[in-house]
Design a protein around this ligand. Structure first.
Ligand code: ADP
Ligand code: GN1
Ligand code: MG
Length: 372
């Protein structure tokens, strides 16, 4: 049994631990995340109505301390819930809601030391794997900017660092260099060009972290994983409704959220597209995101932060590329893969996008100038 099947086999036992009314009627794997094992559960109540939940087996080889992680998620969502209510919103739909266990805990540990959690399923939403219109992308930008703004006063010192140095690009580079040198599986020869591309850009890696250390960029509370499939859109209004996947909410730079969204959403192709001629940075989408993100942040970013946003886009794309490539070289131990060479394909799209950003650098800068 592979690990996902092992997780599936545990669902009945696990679901029974949570404070959920009714009888478990259906269960199925759900979504396209690369990290956790996600399942949709359907419960039937005594009046024959149904209620749906998201059950996740947390990836605790990546998130070493699930207890701290869940403390972050519960504290952040409770904080957001108050703000959403005070603004007349619906906290059951506009943020994640953790369902506790029957014992009152935020998660359940099974007898094989796997960690599980349950969220209310947010009904009537759309989750996009690729941008369908620049309007949608603009809406997602406003939502991520607004998320940043809502958490602006959150006491950052109360957040645990769920993955240390998550977006520390120089430290990601060092790890990448080590995997190339070790080349444990003899895969480096099949990724020679990509490795050269990555190594040639070492001097870029510390641009943002240097500015942070020099006190020129402010540390904020950021989401850190702002790809388009981590936001749910309302199926009726088509508006961005809820930001999900809060596992990496930690102190960070606004560039990380801006950049990761551009990396995934402003590309003309999928993250794992094998035809690289389809991968470019779409400047119309870039502009839509810049406009929306700055509106959502509502004046809270400094001039230097805004001016250096293009570097956020380039570095988040580059960093994701070296993470995929390092994982390919190490034997696909981090990101879930669905075919041989999947991580290498992903790294290639990221580097193609970096190269295209380098070509379009002046245009990216003038778009930023237009909105700052
Ligand atoms: P991963 O960390 O593996 O990316 P996510 O938390 O992003 O896991 O969940 C994977 C997918 O499950 C999301 O992209 C989304 O489609 C869906 N999903 C997660 N939470 C909810 C929820 N509360 N309601 C509806 N769909 C959800
Ligand atoms: C992972 O969890 P998910 O699939 O939303 C990863 C991100 C990467 C992304 C690439 C905790 O995001 O950092 O940018 O894959 N999350 C973690 O698609 O490593
Ligand atoms: Mg996700």
């Amino acid at each position: 049994m592979n690990t996902e099947n092992q997780a599936y086999a545990k669902i009945d036992e696990v679901a029974a631990q949570f404070a959920i009314e009714g009888r478990l009627k259906e269960k199925s794997p759900y979504g396209n995340g690369h990290i956790n094992d996600t399942f949709l559960l359907i419960f039937e109540l005594s009046d024959c109505s149904q209620k749906r939940y998201i059950l996740q087996r947390m990836n605790h080889s990546i998130f070493k301390n699930p207890q701290q992680l869940m403390e972050n998620v519960v504290n952040v969502t409770e904080y957001l819930r108050k703000i959403i209510s005070s603004q007349g919103g619906d906290p059951e739909r506009e943020t994640l809601n953790v369902v506790k266990t029957r014992k009152g805990d935020n998660y359940y540990v099974d007898d094989t030391q796997n960690y599980w959690r349950v969220f209310l399923f947010i009904e009537n939403t759309i989750c996009m794997e690729q941008v369908e219109s620049s309007k949608d992308f603009y809406d997602s930008a406003v939502a991520f900017g607004h998320f940043q703004k809502m958490l602006a006063e959150y006491p950052a010192e109360k957040l645990y660092e769920t993955i240390p140095n998550f977006h520390n690009t120089p430290s990601r580079f060092q790890h990448f260099q080590k995997t190339v040198q070790e080349d444990k599986l003899g895969r480096a020869a099949s990724a020679k060009e990509e490795i050269e591309f990555a190594l040639a850009r070492e001097q870029d890696t510390s641009v943002l972290t240097d500015l942070l250390q020099e006190g020129k960029l402010p540390l904020r509370v950021t989401h850190n994983d702002t790809k388009l499939n981590n936001i749910l859109f309302d199926a009726d209004t088509k508006k961005a409704l809820c930001i999900i996947d809060l596992d990496t909410v930690m102190p960070g730079l606004s560039h990380y959220d801006f950049g990761d969204s551009i990396r995934f959403g402003a590309s003309t192709g999928a993250e794992d597209e094998t035809d690289l001629s389809k991968i470019e940075l779409d400047l119309t989408l870039f502009e839509a995101f810049v406009k929306g993100y700055l509106e959502g942040c509502d004046g809270s970013l400094t001039s230097l932060e805004i001016e250096t946003l293009p570097m956020g886009a380039k570095l988040m794309t580059y960093e994701c590329g070296i993470r995929f490539l390092a994982d390919y070289l190490e034997g696909d131990i981090y990101f879930k893969i669905h075919r041989d060479g999947h991580n290498l394909d992903r790294a290639r799209t990221q580097f193609k996008l970096v190269a295209d950003m380098e070509k379009k650098w002046d245009e990216m800068a003038s778009i930023i100038n237009k909105y700052k």
